[in-house]
Design a protein around this ligand. Sequence first.
Ligand code: GLA
Length: 381
Amino acid sequence: MKTKIQDKFKALFKEEGDFYMSSGRINLIGEHTDYNGGYVFPGAINFGIMAEIKPNGTDKVKVFSIDRDEYVEFYLTEESLPEQHWPKYIYGVCREILKRGGKVEGFNAVFAGDVPLGAGLSSSAALESTFAYALNEIFNGGSIDKFELARIGQSTEHNYCGVKCGIMDQFASLFGKEGSLIRLDCKTGEYKYFPFHPKGYRLVLIDTCVKHLLADSAYNKRRESCERAAEAIRKNHPEVEFLSDAKRVWLDEVRGEITEEDFIRAEYVIGEVQRVLDVCDALERDDYETVGEMMYQTHFGLSHLYEVSCEELDFLNKLARKCEVTGSRVMGGGFGGCTINLVKDELYDRFIETAVEKFKEQFGHEPKIYNVVISDGARKL
Ligand code: GLA
């Protein structure tokens, strides 16, 4: 990947820049909890986005995407939002740095990546984090702290890409550490690294290779449901800032005041926040059976209460149970993408074989298998 980028950069700009990269992410548990002020438990992975960048002394950004084979130029002013989708992420990061009083001037860039798109591995967060990290180093002497860089990526999604996401993806992409998952309290910003080397088990992702339409608007709707539920609970319990602050019985108190749909969404979230803590406890005892069971419970909740699963994901989840996989669930925002599976070494080959065969029989195409390695997040190369 590096050579390709280097060659293209040289050909386009007749010079050399510096290299930066940032990663996609997995999440062991804690889904749709981030924007509810709850816990998440992600880690960066060995799939990422790499960019070569150099200031160009103008007020223009000139950037080439190797994967799209597309060259785009834009100014950094408020009215210069690019029309194409992918440059919006880079433009948004620049604008969000400027809005915070940071510095960004024109630069040349070429980038490429191997994070599968639409698989729920946060390719967009990897892109944002690569540029946020690089532009902080290049124009701001590294003075913007890493958590703020994550917020810059998140605001990019909110303000330029139409997704009201939480902080998990950008956080993981920036803070990732080889061999460790990170439990983040999305309300306080406190986080803790948990070395994750489950002896005798493997983590494997199975990508349905489907992405259902309107996923972004469905995601935003989920968030609105949670906010309405939290608002109703807050009337009785003013200390509830986010839904994750609410006790289950407090939700029951407002059952008659909110729609049944908002109720089941909130029911899922409150359960999921607790499951992250249960998983952390279980990990401290090396109790992977409990970890796995919680993953299945999360899948159930995401499928039946939060309703962000789909036929293909449910199929893989059922199959995992049948194959005695320890834990399995839909990962990320949902509506397609991957399941994350915790599998005993000795069951791995059989499971993958069966999953590929049965999935193809059912849906007419093979799923993709990713053996992810928990890796470092954003860095200069
Ligand atoms: C997407 C969002 C995250 C998070 C997950 C669901 O990946 O970008 O902020 O909400 O969905 O856990």
